[in-house]
Design a protein around this ligand. Structure first.
Ligand code: MN
Ligand code: MN
Length: 323
């Protein structure tokens, strides 16, 4: 197969006969599922499902992440003509992966959103599928973790972020993308001593009890050293990996709601993620991509690449350890 096969290869999101295979269709057109995987609600025999969570009603500053899933899908359209770089595993050819479409919810009834998302994620996990979520603001990870904890018990959280998102907030009904991990720790969804926040560069006096590798520390050491620290912290514990795109410096990911300077380069993030292979990865999400502020599309491209790395981490673990 080669790029000239685009002459016959079109709309794989609808026409693909197998869940497996690279895609050579024209990157600039066609139906934009994530990585040109087939759209389906049938999870039978599926290894992994990708789903969009177009929710941005929890932001403290700039909105727009409700448009994130669509932008990440579009940005992913060039990637599936090649195996993922730097891996000896190819989720696209070796595993059954689908685009499960988006979560359904009433945009005007915010209170109904958290249980709707937990049920949506549970449907995927109960089918025996791996999970990759495309956000959406970072609040979405909280209802997601409820489904994961029900399935696997309290999780090890690997959180790439400029912010801790553990600012104290004892009103469990508040829907806020800066306080939900405070609530997730409090609710017992995450094991603090098995969890780590990477890339932090904003002040929060509250100590959630988890490990922190802040942005200056990431810059002071090699990506391999950072990855080794993370692997040491999570050990063999079941992992949920959440990647807030604002972990990256605004130079690499300007299209996000709460940008902070001094962040990771995309090269640092790519090297760290690849070096995490072997963790007991159960699922993950990429959040806070806000297309209205993403004037060059670079943020959505970064989001699409992060999603692919999370897919590789999951499929690697599936191959080595089983589900
Ligand atoms: Mn953040
Ligand atoms: Mn965040």
């Amino acid at each position: 197969m080669a790029l000239k096969d685009a002459a016959d290869d079109v709309d794989g999101a609808l026409n693909r006969n197998s869940q497996r295979g690279l895609s050579f269709e024209n990157a600039f057109g066609g139906v934009t599922s994530y990585m040109r995987r087939p759209y389906t609600k049938d999870l039978t025999g599926m290894d992994m499902a990708v789903t969009g969570i177009p929710f941005d009603q929890a932001v403290t500053n700039r909105p727009g992440t409700r448009l994130g899933p669509r932008a990440i899908r579009e940005a992913s359209t060039l990637q599936p003509c090649d195996p993922p770089y730097g891996w000896d595993i190819n989720p696209l050819t070796d595993f059954n992966i689908c685009d499960y479409g988006d979560v359904a919810f009433d945009y005007a009834d915010t209170r109904s959103f958290p249980p709707a998302l937990t049920a949506h994620v549970s449907t995927i996990l109960n089918a025996g599928c791996g999970y990759l979520g495309l956000g959406g603001d970072h609040y979405i990870t909280f209802p997601t973790l409820r489904a994961f904890a029900e399935q696997f018990g309290p999780m090890a959280l690997i959180q790439f972020d400029a912010h801790s998102d553990t600012w104290p907030d004892d009103d469990m009904d508040r829907i806020d993308h800066g306080t939900m991990f405070y609530k997730a720790f409090k609710e017992g969804l995450i094991v603090p001593e098995k969890s780590v926040q990477v890339g932090i560069r904003t002040q929060n006096d509250y100590d959630a009890g988890c490990h922190v590798i802040d942005a200056p520390q990431v810059h002071a050491q090699t990506p391999a050293e950072t990855a080794a620290q993370i692997r040491g912290i999570v050990g063999d514990h079941p992992v949920f990996l959440t990647f807030d795109i604002d972990c990256l410096d605004p130079a690499f990911a300007p299209g996000t709601g709460t940008p902070v300077w001094g962040g990771l380069s995309s090269a640092q993030a790519a090297a760290i993620l690849r070096d995490l292979r072997g963790i007991n990865m159960k699922g993950g999400d990429v959040v806070e991509v806000s297309p209205p502020f993403d004037t060059t599309g670079a943020t959505a491209i970064a989001g699409a690449h992060v999603g692919m790395e999370l897919m590789c981490l999951y499929c690697w673990n599936l191959r080595e350890r089983g589900r």
